[in-house]
Design a protein around this ligand. Structure first.
Ligand code: SF4
Length: 496
């Protein structure tokens, strides 16, 4: 059974995270910063309450919270006056300060314009969940040139979509985008124009539905991503764990209260824009902020300089990533008969389901612990024999076998050390056919491509890095060691 390279993305470089509202945890509520003068807690003391009574009490509390109307707990919501002021200030600020981004450009109203805009918002929002705005702009432009409408996208293959997405990471989202487009087009009812119906489309969650519905269809629904959480946490000086489901639910309530019914899309974008620019993770520009007068965190800071606004939202300690190790064997086949200068490289396709579904990579083996060269080569030899019936020196003429170096790739939960070797073998055309004809086609799909094709393929950033080491080696440059890289991204990401 082939063991393949598994690639994930790094959580630290996100432009935006999206946060679905969760179910309640009866013990958790929004609370103020412990250093602030108005600090209060609402945690329940259970020690002296009999178990049955405690369960009844928790159930009752949960029921109350579920039934609680939006404006039920006015202590935690904005006052009407604050709401009006924030709406006005944010929209004025956004009208003059919004960044010029391709997915924000308006065109003349024409038939199908709203659906086109919905598609653009959808694509841009999914891409923005992956990486920074600057990176997304190029991907977005290329994507729209190739698939300008949802109908064009619905005709695409997964392989084409993966190639276009290559380097953005979280390929599952690209797959869902494609499946969602096919679903909408197949149903022939037009683009769903409400958040509730949008959420039935594959790959569209609460955040994306809110963004599309408010921006493209003017529905007064909120959006809550990492940027919005930061702004709201600071406006209300909320120090509760921002990852907690109940806290997230309260962020959704606050965002729903604030969203301006006359310009919901612009208002939602203004909150996200503020979080991405002035109200940054570190060094926020409070003196230029349009809502500094309504910001409790800023007010606390002015009262007591030892409470910086960056204390909000509370930083949650991340779990340490798992360490593992991966041997990658770039297998290059020279063909005696074709007399070509360069060989062809073997690429293996990952399974159609799961992580990095359907993407191509060099043959590789995952190891649980650090291993010396002999152990790594043994592991690769076993894999090559099982997968391709290739046994260096036995079934093929080894031209060269060289270690090219190693690098560290950080995935969402894994810190992976990747060892790279280049194995060049020489075969006759007949031998090539013989070597590969017995492969288990139901468990492994592979192909041989030349360097021209390889250079233009959509490859994951880790695979691309491996190939750049091969190219550097062939050009006589040092290919190793390569420094640690952080390309992995997660929805639970740092926002910039
Ligand atoms: S005043 Fe500062 S902390 Fe408050 S919302 Fe504005 S930029 Fe953010």
């Amino acid at each position: 059974m082939a063991r393949l390279l598994r690639v994930r993305l790094n959580p630290t470089t996100f432009e935006r995270s999206t946060v679905a509202s969760g179910t309640e945890n009866p013990k958790t509520i929004l609370s103020l910063h412990p250093k602030a003068s108005s600090f209060r807690t609402k945690t329940m003391s259970h020690s002296s309450i009999p178990r049955e009574k405690l369960i009844r009490k928790c159930r009752q509390k949960k029921k109350e919270e579920e039934e609680e109307p939006l404006g039920g707990d006015m202590e935690d919501l904005f006052s009407e006056k604050e709401t009006q002021k924030i709406r006005r200030s944010m929209l004025e600020w956004y009208d003059t300060n919004q960044r010029d981004l391709p997915w924000r450009r308006r065109r003349e109203e024409e038939e199908g314009e709203k659906e086109k805009r919905a598609y653009e918002v959808w694509v841009s929002e999914i891409m923005l969940q992956q990486t920074r705005v600057q990176t997304v702009m190029e991907y977005y432009k290329r994507w729209m040139l190739k698939w300008p409408t949802i109908h064009h996208l619905a005709q695409a293959s997964l392989e084409e979509v993966n190639e276009m997405w290559a380097g953005l990471g979280y390929y599952r989202r690209a797959r869902f985008l494609l499946e969602g487009a096919k679903m909408v087009v197949a149903e022939k009812e037009g683009f769903p124009n409400q958040a509730s119906s949008l959420m039935k489309v594959k790959g569209i969650g609460e955040y994306t539905a809110g963004a599309i519905a408010s921006i493209a269809f003017n529905e007064a629904v909120p959006v809550v991503d990492g940027n919005v959480i930061r702004v709201l946490a600071r406006l209300k000086a909320i120090s509760a764990n921002p990852k907690d489901r109940h806290t997230i639910k309260n962020f959704w309530k606050l965002a729903a209260q604030l969203v301006d019914p006359s310009r919901p899309g612009d208002f939602n974008q203004s909150l996200m824009e503020l979080g991405a620019t002035l109200c940054a993770v570190s060094k926020p520009s409070c003196s230029s902020c349009p809502v500094s007068g309504q910001c409790r965190a800023y007010s606390h800071f002015q009262e007591n300089g030892s409470i910086p606004v960056t204390d909000y939202p509370t930083k949650v300690v991340k779990a340490k990533p798992k360490h593992d190790f991966c041997c990658v064997c770039v297998l290059e086949i020279l063909n005696q008969e074709s007399n070509q200068s360069g060989g062809r490289f073997v690429l293996v396709k990952r399974p159609e389901g799961g992580l990095l579904a359907g993407l191509w990579e060099f043959p590789s083996v995952i190891l649980d612990k650090e291993a010396n060269l002999t152990t790594r080569r043994n592991a690769i030899n076993i894999y090559l024999k099982e997968a391709f019936h290739v046994e260096p020196k036995k079934t093929c003429n080894v031209v060269s076998r060289k270690e090219l170096g190693e690098f560290v790739h950080i995935f969402t939960h894994i810190r992976r050390k990747i060892y790279v070797e280049l194995l060049v073998v020489q075969l006759t055309e007949g031998e090539t056919n013989d070597l590969f004809k017995e492969q288990a086609k139901d468990t492994l799909t592979w192909k041989c491509v030349d360097s021209d094709v390889l250079s233009t393929m959509g490859l994951t950033s880790a695979v691309r890095k491996v190939y750049s080491m091969v190219e550097a080696h062939k050009q006589g440059l040092s290919a190793a060691p390569v420094s640690s890289n952080r390309t992995a991204i997660s929805r639970k990401r740092r926002i910039t």
